[in-house]
Design a protein around this ligand. Structure first.
Ligand SMILES: C[S@@+](CC[C@H](N)C(=O)[O-])C[C@H]1O[C@@H](n2cnc3c(N)ncnc32)[C@H](O)[C@@H]1O
Length: 245
């Protein structure tokens, strides 16, 4: 059960960041292949966007693709070392800034101002107490027409009694719990895609949502136990194109 303090000390001090996060993209054949083969197809109606907020960018694995898609970018991470490294890595980008937070507060960024809020491969480790703090603030930070795309745990509905969550997944979060939180926070759910990770169990969820006052289609719920098959196809066939010079 990853508590806030675990996230703070593990990612901030204990983890080696041997490849700056690219080590987690090996299954897809690299970060570029994962971005263009798996993430971008899900995001292409939401970006480019004028102002982007990324929650928990780590060392910037996705930041490098989000920055060229906007005219103002802010990354917020609980780990000071990640903020320092991203600040160095993107030092030549005038429209990007990085801020450390306490793992729950978005008070340092303005309300109603972001056209896209993104987080991938980070909030899967955030338990319900953290998500209960983040979701209302994310809805509050969205500009009119803005959208949020969050990758988080779905393990709460996979737990068959005492099983240790694999891959450091949060035990207390599910797609439906997040959808309820979004609605209670005045947001409007667009897509909940339950995805498998590692095994065939759909232990994760990709939640896409908007402000409640925005018109939009009905909430679509997808159960995708083939997300890892998609990764394998990207690895076996698409990733070679990302190595072309
Ligand atoms: C597994 S790394 C992933 C980083 C990046 N998203 C990527 O995919 O390469 C997890 C990141 O989430 C950050 N993090 C964890 N919990 C957080 C929280 N509650 N608020 C902000 N950052 C958090 C950690 O400091 C770390 O940078």
């Amino acid at each position: 059960m990853p508590a806030l303090e675990w996230n703070h000390s593990y990612w901030g001090k204990d983890y080696s960041w041997s490849e700056g996060g690219d080590e987690w993209s090996v299954t897809w054949g690299g970060s570029e292949a994962q971005w263009f083969g798996s993430l971008y197809p899900r995001l292409h109606r939401m970006i480019p966007a004028r102002r982007i907020l990324e929650i928990a960018p780590g060392r910037g694995r996705w930041t490098q693709y989000l920055i060229p898609m906007c005219s103002a970018f802010i990354g917020i991470d609980i780990a000071e070392s990640c903020v320092v490294e991203c600040t160095k890595r993107f030092a030549n980008v005038a429209h990007a800034g990085f801020i450390q937070n306490d793992g729950t507060s978005l008070a340092s960024v303005p309300d109603a101002s972001f056209d896209f809020v993104f987080s991938f491969d980070s909030l899967v480790h955030a338990e319900l107490d953290v998500m209960q703090r983040y979701i209302p603030q994310i809805v509050q930070k969205l500009a009119p027409g803005g959208k949020a795309f969050l990758h988080h745990s779905n393990f709460a509905v996979c737990d068959d009694g005492g099983q240790q969550p694999p891959h450091g997944r949060a035990a207390s979060v599910s797609g439906e719990i997040i959808a309820d939180l979004v609605k209670q926070s005045g947001g409007r759910m667009l897509v909940s895609e339950l995805i498998n990770w590692g095994s065939i169990d759909t232990i994760d969820c990709l939640s896409t949502f908007a402000r409640g006052d925005d018109p939009g289609p009905e909430h679509v719920r997808l159960t995708n136990p083939r997300y890892m098959e998609e990764a394998a196809l990207i690895h076996d066939f698409q990733s070679y194109y990302s190595k072309l010079t």
